[in-house]
Design a protein around this ligand. Sequence first.
Ligand SMILES: [Zn+2]
Length: 245
Amino acid sequence: MKIIFHENYKKVYAADPAAARGRLDQARAELASVYPLLEPAPATDQDILLVHSRQHLERIKSKAPLYDMALLAAGGAVEAARTACSGKPSFGLIRPPGHHASVDSCWGFCWFNNMAVAMEKMRREQQVAKGVIIDIDLHFGDGTSNFYRDDPDIVYYHLDSAPELQTVLDSVKECQLLGISAGFDRHVQDWGGMLTTNDYRELGQTLGDFSRRVCPGRVFAILEGGYNHSILGQCIQALCQGLDA
Ligand SMILES: [Zn+2]
């Protein structure tokens, strides 16, 4: 397991809960004591245009500090996907999140769709013909879902229940890359009040078992939501332990 992280992710770039001061600090410290960190490069405008309209890109570009951070987050997702494609599972401790960003619009603390940019970049590099994206955030990733709605080669599934997740995974016959939109805002001590830290370990195990069966080692997760700064690190570690098992 490798953790993708850049010190600039600590910068406050907006006034929303995903951009809050100190949000990633404890998680970074906890993860760095267990896993190697890998520093990503920012995505390029060309990468962003694999997913978003020129208009959307220009709108974000006009918001200076935000644009740089959004490029760095997308670059972190690309690095996470690339690490996975080399056979090593990875977790992108990145922000801003991305799953509410559609081709020409965005909301919910998201600017560029990090997951879609990473998946499209890997497709463009012919690393992936068929992929699966599992979104475990509390909120439905409408941006990612919109982007892949008519795409027969990329499955998008937002976690409903563990048995349903298993059914979805069992139905996948071919996949070269598993991407996980990892939000932790369902935690009992976060907004959703639903999942324990151990539930994230079990989710990681389920997703890890799938990747070992279908696309060995080719699994990456990237941070979406998760707003309780003091439990974020332990939740990520639990997911990673499951993925690595
Ligand atoms: Zn969320």
